[in-house]
Design a protein around this ligand. Structure first.
Ligand SMILES: C[S@@+](CC[C@H](N)C(=O)[O-])C[C@H]1O[C@@H](n2cnc3c(N)ncnc32)[C@H](O)[C@@H]1O
Length: 339
């Protein structure tokens, strides 16, 4: 089935009776909505596709299996550990010249592809956030359940760490990060408790500070929100998401597609607005005839969610929202003259 004749349903349960949701899962990571991604992203079976969040290589493998022998997939990840695991898994495809891995931040997509000698591609996949393996590794500091250093960097080669934020940022900036990126309404008392508990060295030090500021019944939710907020701040996740979406307009050929899987509303809101309107304010721009001018057209015009079977076998799929859009021709619409 090609992307264009895939049924326009908003549920992942239509992937067909043969679609085992765990087919591409490994101990490292179980990719979500892999059948829906390949069904809807691929418009040319012999084309070139980018997996901007390679992780354990599950989606990349699913794409390679669905593509023709002469197609190519480029996998990008900023985490060297993920690249090593994925390259090991995709050894045969590397030898066959069907897969290449690039280390870097997808926020620099244009220059990563320029360096690889690639102008435009037929499709781009982004499966946002961290992998199960990254969460499970205590030394990465992503989980409040495992004691480890306060790191939270997806790219451990440099940059801001959670340790720097909780030990050196102003209380107000910590509260803002927890409020805006973690959606935690008790951000101020939590930030005060963090500052009072300084110095904090481990994820458990941070978890104890959070627990001291929230009622017991809300502990787990608050811990998840605080850790999410700090992780987004450490990795500047919303900034690089906006960067890659803007660059995707230039990178994806007309008629090619983008598929983005988000796990929380902060990401999904940005993705939805950009794929519908070409901006992050959600502002429609129309030509003199009232036709919407936008670099993409969402297809279908709603998020695709995992079906029950997938959620049951992979709880991570519960919050996943897949949006797919097709790159519209550049000359579509007549721009409104500026006043
Ligand atoms: C949810 S996992 C992807 C899992 C993958 N789809 C699979 O099937 O195994 C996200 C991966 O993207 C990487 N990542 C997240 N943000 C990134 C960014 N801005 N640039 C490059 N890699 C990023 C993470 O390091 C992680 O390995």
């Amino acid at each position: 089935m090609t992307a264009s004749d895939a049924p326009a349903s908003s549920s992942g349960s239509d992937a067909g009776p043969d679609a085992d949701p765990l087919r591409y899962a490994t101990e490292y990571h179980a990719p979500v909505l892999s059948h829906e991604v390949t069904d809807r992203l691929i418009t040319d079976a012999a084309g070139c596709y980018v997996d901007g969040t390679l992780g354990g290589g599950g989606h990349a493998k699913a794409m390679l299996d669905a593509l023709a022998p002469k197609a190519e997939v480029i996998g990008i990840d900023q985490d060297a550990d993920a690249l090593a695991v994925a390259c090991d898994r995709l050894k045969e495809e590397i030898d066959a010249g069907r897969f290449r891995a690039l280390q870097g931040n997808f926020g620099r997509l244009r220059s990563l592809l320029d360096d690889a000698g690639i102008d435009t591609v037929d499709g781009l996949l982004l499966d946002l956030g961290v992998s199960s393996h990254q969460i499970d590794e205590p030394e990465r500091g992503f989980s409040f359940q495992r004691e480890g250093p306060l790191d939270m960097r997806m790219d451990p080669r440099g940059g801001l760490t959670a340790h720097q934020i909780v030990n050196h940022w102003d209380q107000r900036d910590i509260a803002d990060a927890i409020f805006h990126y973690g959606d935690e309404r008790r951000s101020r008392p939590i930030a005060r408790a963090i500052v009072d508990a300084r110095p904090l060295e481990t994820t458990h030090d941070l978890a104890d500070a959070v627990r001291s500021a929230v009622p017991e019944r809300d502990e787990v939710k608050s811990l998840a929100r605080v850790f999410q907020g700090l992780r987004i701040a450490v990795n500047a996740e919303l900034d690089v998401l906006e960067d890659v979406l803007e660059q995707s307009v230039d990178v994806i050929r007309e008629g090619g597609r983008i598929a983005v899987i988000s796990y929380h509303s902060l990401e999904d809101r940005r993705v939805k607005r950009f794929l519908r309107y070409g901006n992050f304010e959600g502002k429609p721009i129309r030509d003199i005839y009232g036709t919407l001018i936008a670099p993409f057209e969402e297809t279908p015009r709603s998020a695709i969610e995992a079906g029950e079977a997938e959620v049951e076998s992979n709880p991570r799929a519960r919050s996943a929202r897949l949006r797919v859009a097709e790159r519209t021709p550049d000359d579509a619409g007549t721009p409104v003259p500026t006043r």
